[in-house]
Design a protein around this ligand. Sequence first.
Ligand SMILES: NC(=O)c1ccc[n+]([C@@H]2O[C@H](COP(=O)([O-])OP(=O)(O)OC[C@H]3O[C@@H](n4cnc5c(N)ncnc54)[C@H](OP(=O)(O)O)[C@@H]3O)[C@@H](O)[C@H]2O)c1
Length: 356
Amino acid sequence: MNLLAAAFVLLTPIPFLLFYFFRSTKEFPKSWKEFKIEVRTILCGIRSQNEDFLLRKRNRIKLESLPNKIAVITGGNRGIGLHIVKKLLRCEMKVVMGVRNPESSKKSIETAIGEELCKNNITYFQCDTGDMESVRQFAEKVKQSFPAIHILINNAGVMATPYYETKDGFESQMAINYLGHFLLTHLLMPELIKGSESNDGKNVRVVNVSSCIHRVADMDYKDFNCKKFYYPTDAYAKSKLAQVYFTKYLEVIFKERGLKIQSHAPHPGIVNTDLFQHSSITAIPWFKNAFYKTPESGSRTIVYAAISPYLEGKGGTYLSNCYFDKSHPKSKEFDEIKKLFDFTCQLLKIKSFGEF
Ligand SMILES: NC(=O)c1ccc[n+]([C@@H]2O[C@H](COP(=O)([O-])OP(=O)(O)OC[C@H]3O[C@@H](n4cnc5c(N)ncnc54)[C@H](OP(=O)(O)O)[C@@H]3O)[C@@H](O)[C@H]2O)c1
């Protein structure tokens, strides 16, 4: 009888799960490899969600007055980014937004945040982080208007999108989430260095928004653009692992060159935003509403990474719920992070990172 009851409890959710899976737009895993990735992704998400709940009291950020400081952010017109922008404005900072559509972004930001707070405090420039020419043009506009930058938040992102190659020939998630941000950071290094000279003796910061899902990924240099094997959540996880490696290696460069810059890779938590539009969870909207963090709550660790005095001098770190967390074990291996860094410089034809 006990066995029957256990079987009932274990098996009852399966038809429901299958029902939701088939109702969603997401494709069912077609091979054992895809199935394993899917299960690891789901388990990683559940673990992070539990942590978000258990550590919710730690997920706090104290805003402070930082007038005359300039923050650059990619995305930011909706989702978590919108709340990051709101917090930066409440710190009295000037915010430069790299968005795909400056006009509609201005409208949505002013509606969500209020014209008063936005007035003269936000500059909108066009930027598609998946298009390297657009990133170059964005960086050029930033350079012309803002010779010194104090915070760079590489936030824009997409998740688990169907396969497509960008016009530069890169797999789109890797291009939008990682390569565009790598290039942007390289191009804005002189302005970050200048910012560090007017930052009251404190380090300026580069924040690469990552995800807990990076832990289930592995880099594949032989098939970097996923032409031989593409599973959407796997490609997303790889792009977020790349963000973590990049953060770690940036810290090495900053220290080697004696720069007053530090880098962080925060995970915002599992947050109820449109990022999940290609995920099977879209078929269960009540679940997201009930159990995911709000975008406001998700923005806290990112802003913590950008301004918390507690983090001063503690760069190269992966953060979650406003504290340090463990990143992928390979992200501690120097050869591993250098390999991706050198590979990316080659891919983007960067001769010497941050130097012109
Ligand atoms: N939500 C979560 O649970 C979660 C968990 C871990 C990590 N993250 C990370 O947090 C960051 C923000 O995600 P979110 O949840 O706020 O997602 P979201 O609500 O879907 O917002 C994504 C943002 O990225 C922008 N974006 C997308 N593609 C772009 C491109 N090619 N060029 C420039 N901007 C682009 C979007 O602008 P448009 O309006 O132009 O599309 C939007 O501002 C992402 O890096 C994501 O990977 C989120």
